[in-house]
Write a protein that binds this ligand. Sequence first.
Ligand SMILES: C[S@@+](CC[C@H](N)C(=O)[O-])C[C@H]1O[C@@H](n2cnc3c(N)ncnc32)[C@H](O)[C@@H]1O
Length: 329
Amino acid sequence: MKSKYKIIKQDCIKWMNAQNPKSIDCIVTSPPYNLNIKYGNYDDSAPRKVYLVWLAEVAKAIKKVLKDKGQLFLNMGYSNSDPFVAMDVAQVFRKYFILQNQFTWVKHVVVNDFGHGQYKPITSNRYTSATTESVFHFTKKGDVAIDRLAIGQRNQTHPIYPELYSENRHRAVTRRKIAKRMKFKNYKDVLANATDTQKKEFENKVKQLLKEIPYEPEKKKCIGNAWFIPYTPTSKLSKQIGVDKGHNYRKNSRADHPATFPEKLSEQCIKLSGIKKGSIVYDPFLGTGTTLVSAIKLGMIGIGTEINENYNKFSKKRISLVNNRQLPE
Ligand SMILES: C[S@@+](CC[C@H](N)C(=O)[O-])C[C@H]1O[C@@H](n2cnc3c(N)ncnc32)[C@H](O)[C@@H]1O
């Protein structure tokens, strides 16, 4: 079955203002960052005040089209020379919405001396390379139920830090709980000082609690608000979208768009939102269509507005590949 989607070449404010109020379930978007980035003919270098006044109009229009329990995921980057821009934008949206959650999109991280992900390294004796961006989760009243476990992590035993969660650890924690309930200091204290009857009672209670709260390595838990999502490498993205030659060129993999987010970012927002299949997901600043690709794959109806015709052509091609199921997952 072909998915339903719509790409409109129009200014997002104009489009939203012409829609029925409260008609959209979820918005995932990344506006221009006002960092003088080249998006076709769009001027990304407005004076900060003008930029923020414009985004206030965007926020107002979003508030109008979002359902009462609708959700907005707003991605904003920053630069070392302009570190406040994401926070300034969040302060504008704060006038219209409640910040229900705040996520840090981690593009690169070092764990035990190994780097994971990619970033643009800079040469500087005062700045570090910027390896994160923000994703602000705004809702109208801060009371929208989300599905944390849809992007949850299995509770498996950690290969490097098994003391954090493992079968033995779970058993030890259970023993300690029961020891305390029975007014002993810990398990050792039970072994050393409990009577035979108390020891029996202790073992029975431990067994009972392990039945009620068993060791469950497959059970999902919340991953928190730091999201490690590496960029899809240019060559991989090219292959995914069916480019024949020149896999390493941005013009082929992203229509030369300078600031796209990875599919996993919009996918994670939509999954976390907990909206049902067939809900409407909208991206006011569609760029290369990333949000629509995720929305369609997750069975949603996708709508995007974008003023640049080249990007729209590219998005349509990219989505036609998803619809025909040619894209590797
Ligand atoms: C940061 S990019 C979005 C990139 C997108 N998330 C992706 O993954 O490809 C912002 C986009 O907003 C578009 N844009 C700028 N002003 C707009 C407006 N008034 N209405 C709709 N789109 C606009 C720009 O052309 C640019 O492609």
